[in-house]
Design a protein around this ligand. Structure first.
Ligand code: 13P
Ligand code: ZN
Length: 273
């Protein structure tokens, strides 16, 4: 029996591999965090080592005190995770005041969790609150077509949500609440973390202008599926833009309302004309 026989570790590692295979993680691009269940903490605890020092995050959340996360390492490459998980990912414990982490497993050759951990942490906090504790995953990637869209569309929640909903029929079913957009900001700190978490209180995905996409979900499949669906719609949007042909037809607002009715989802009404 090894730590890699435990299903949550297998699922996490597989998702890193899948993201790499999609082309969303050049070099060290992107990061993934998973908030463990109590049962998973029990399963993984025998593999924990003497913990490292507490490190203050510069952000705080009351509803994440004492939680455990699996996280990718800063500067580590998704393409290497499945080859040597112990050197590229880690398990973090959060302290009782909800403002510091310490490493209890992984990053055996040194390092720290992703530089975007403050953003992940605050997003976990708001998504946990918004979903009655169901949300467990925050995933950040650099999918090319979503990033390309941020150069040609107004950086508003409405413009991005409508463009994505109209690019593939399943989109309004997969993210009926729409997506938020964060203007360009310096990555890695408390400021972008706060701006993103404000949007994530309302949305389960947020675009970072000229940088990438953050998504959330109750499990790894749902979060990966949301990233995949949004990037696929963005790809279609950019293919149409690049075709040089005029748009003759699209999915109109009455069609979006019909999809919502049929699938029993509530679309964000203020985004419909
Ligand atoms: P990390 O290597 O610190 O996770 O940073 C990658 C990234 O995508 C920053 O936004
Ligand atoms: Zn990034």
């Amino acid at each position: 029996m090894s730590i890699y026989d435990i299903p949550v570790m297998q699922g996490y590692i597989r998702m890193c591999e899948d993201g790499w295979n999609q082309g969303w993680h050049e070099r060290n691009g992107g990061n993934l965090t998973y908030r463990m269940t109590e049962e998973e903490v029990c399963q993984l605890r025998p593999y924990f080592r003497t913990p490292g020092e507490w490190v203050n995050m510069g952000v705080q959340a009351d509803n994440l005190c004492g939680e455990y996360f699996i996280a990718t390492g800063s500067g580590k490459y998704f393409r290497n995770v499945s080859l040597a998980p112990q050197d590229n990912i880690c398990i973090l414990e959060i302290n009782e005041t909800g403002d510091s982490w310490r490493i209890v497993w992984g990053l055996e050759k040194g390092g720290r969790p992703t530089s975007e951990f403050p953003s992940h942490f605050l997003n976990h906090s708001v998504r946990k609150a918004a979903t009655d504790g169901k949300n467990r995953v925050i995933y950040h990637a650099h999918p090319a077509n979503v990033i390309a869209m941020t150069y040609i569309l107004p950086l508003t929640d409405k413009a991005f949500t409508r463009a994505l909903w109209q690019s593939a029929t399943e989109c309004p079913v997969v993210f009926p609440g729409g997506v938020g957009v964060v203007e360009w900001m310096v990555p890695g700190g408390a400021e972008i973390a706060l701006a993103t978490s404000k949007l994530m209180a309302e949305y389960d995905a947020a675009v970072w202008a000229h940088h990438g996409l953050f998504v959330s979900g109750p499990d790894l499949d749902t979060a990966f599926g949301l990233m995949h669906t949004i990037e696929k719609a963005a790809e279609i949007f950019m293919l149409v833009q690049n075709s040089g042909k005029p748009v003759l037809q699209t999915i109109f607002d009455e069609d979006l309302r019909a999809i919502a009715k049929e699938f029993g989802v509530t679309l964000k009404e203020e985004f419909l004309d």
